[in-house]
Design a protein. Structure first.
Length: 82
């Protein structure tokens, strides 16, 4: 019997995982841009750039919340399917 879930359907938590990945990537780029002047010996960027580097942590937490939400939905679905 075929599974009733379509391959292109969005599961609960998928949007959070995607958003978290995007925010993490932006934070990673900000971190590279912030660290580059120290490696190149040029003038450091302003302090707010260090704050943008924290987006890596925020993206990681958002993606983690999406994974937990997806796992909880899978658990609920498994219980209902008994």
């Amino acid at each position: 019997m075929r599974d009733k879930t379509q391959t292109n359907s969005a599961a609960p938590g998928d949007r959070l995982i995607r958003a978290g990945a995007i925010v993490f990537f932006i934070g990673a780029v900000a971190t590279l841009v912030t660290v580059a002047p120290f490696l190149l010996g040029t003038k450091p960027f302003p302090t707010y750039m260090f704050g943008l580097s924290m987006l890596m942590a925020v993206g990681f937490v958002v993606a983690g919340a999406g994974v937990l939400q997806s796992a909880a939905a899978g658990r609920r679905q498994a219980r209902a399917g008994r």
